[in-house]
Design a protein around this ligand. Structure first.
Ligand SMILES: *Cc1c(COP(=O)(O)O)cnc(C)c1O
Length: 395
């Protein structure tokens, strides 16, 4: 299977059939498994072999198919599926760190990721230094002999800065730190963070992997050593397991992810190009634009693809942004991304509401900023709708 090209891996990778030889992957909606004998139960608790299960918190055949399929896509030795993206982020960091360890993190983070680093890890005696993720000198200066991990979102939310995975990994590895990358915005279609040097890669499967806004899920990809040695003991005892039904949704999502994400990114590129310089906008942020600060890195790290999300900074602040949102007829006002439906978000009052005004300014979350996740609708329809909503924003 590892010889297959991506699209074949995504349709067939990891498939295990039951005695009925079903075509579509089976949903093993069971919490437990029956042992033939007492001796077999005893043996399985000593060592669990392939295709042997004990309890769905430890593992489940449908969940394993999802883990194996995405590991194949990423070229990772192993993977562990979790109940949500945040269970993946918190599980990867908490299983790795202990009191006295030092972490260096980019400061432009999804609100819940920031909460884990700023408010939770520090409570347990982990010291965290925040840096500007695009400044390699700042990463270098922050490294210490006791730096155990570095953490960053390879494309930040909602300002879409792109961080150099290979360069930051090299800096981190020079002090022996483990590189943990939240790769959600880059998507598993455009980015291969492991190949570029990351040690642990995380996705919220809730986003592009499901891609149709149905279920929560997460995935952690790494070496067999990290997944089985460090992560699994922590996850199976703390309970962040992915439900078999949600794993099945994610398996089906993987079958179509390249088609969806490529179409969404193509549409996003077109929309960004159309609206760049629009009189109602202060700024159009999209990594695929030549004017984006890290566009050269986008060429090497993401194959030139800017992803499926763009951010529009509307002139006139919050009032204009709200007029824009309320005037849209196609995109919905919500907070998911990577969905088939286009979704517009006002980060300053929703996903990033918790941040202080100073933090918002520092991270570029302007009062007029709208995050726009491009869906699978017709691009021309979206452009027409955005055009009239931008007009309405200035009225
Ligand atoms: C959504 C998101 C998460 C959290 O994922 P959930 O599935 O909602 O728990 C983490 N990181 C990033 C960058 C995200 O966009």
């Amino acid at each position: 299977m590892s010889e297959w090209n991506t699209r074949t891996k995504l349709v067939h990778g990891g498939t295990r059939r039951s005695q009925y030889n079903e075509v579509s992957e089976a949903i093993f909606l069971t919490q437990g498994f029956v042992y033939e004998t007492a001796e077999q139960a005893e043996a399985r608790f000593i060592e669990t072999g392939e295709d042997e299960y004990i309890y769905a918190r430890y593992g489940n055949p449908t969940v394993a198919m999802f883990e194996n399929r995405i590991a194949l896509l990423e070229g990772a030795e192993d993977a562990f599926a979790t109940a949500s993206g945040m269970a993946a982020v918190s599980g990867a960091l908490t299983s790795l760190l202990k009191a006295g360890d030092h972490v260096v993190s980019a400061k432009a983070l999804f609100g819940s990721c920031l909460y884990i680093l700023e408010n939770i890890l520090t409570r347990y005696g982990v010291e965290v230094t925040f840096v500007d993720g695009t400044d390699l000198g700042a990463w270098r200066a922050a490294m210490r002999p006791d730096t155990k991990a570095v953490f960053f979102e390879s494309m930040s939310n909602p300002t879409l800065e792109v961080i150099d995975i290979a360069a930051v990994s090299e800096i981190a590895h020079s002090v022996g730190a483990t590189v943990v990358v939240d790769n959600v915005f880059s998507t598993p279609v455009f980015s291969n963070a492991i190949e570029q040097g990351a040690d642990v890669v995380i996705y919220s499967a809730t986003k592009h992997i499901d891609g149709q806004g149905r279920a929560l899920g997460g995935i952690i990809l790494s070496t067999k050593d990290f997944i089985r040695g460090t992560l699994e003991p922590y996850m199976k005892h703390t309970g962040g397991a992915l439900s078999p039904f949600n794993a099945w949704v994610m398996l089906k999502g993987l079958e179509t992810i390249t088609l969806r994400v490529n179409a969404q990114a193509e549409s996003a590129q077109k929309i960004a190009e159309v609206f760049e310089g629009h009189p109602a906008l202060e700024r159009t942020l999209y990594p695929g634009l030549k004017t984006h600060a890290q566009n050269a890195l986008v060429q090497t790290q993401l194959g030139g693809k800017g992803g499926t999300v763009l951010s529009l900074d509307i002139k006139g602040g919050k009032e204009a942004a709200f007029k824009f949102l309320n005037a849209m007829n196609i995109a919905v006002i919500s907070n998911n991304l990577g969905d088939a439906k286009s979704i517009a978000t006002h980060p300053a009052t929703t996903t990033h509401q918790r941040l202080s005004d100073d933090q918002k300014i520092e991270l570029g979350i302007a009062p007029g900023l709208i995050r726009f996740s491009v869906g699978l609708e017709d691009t021309d329809d979206l452009i027409a709708d955005l055009t009239q909503a931008l007009e309405a924003s200035q009225a």
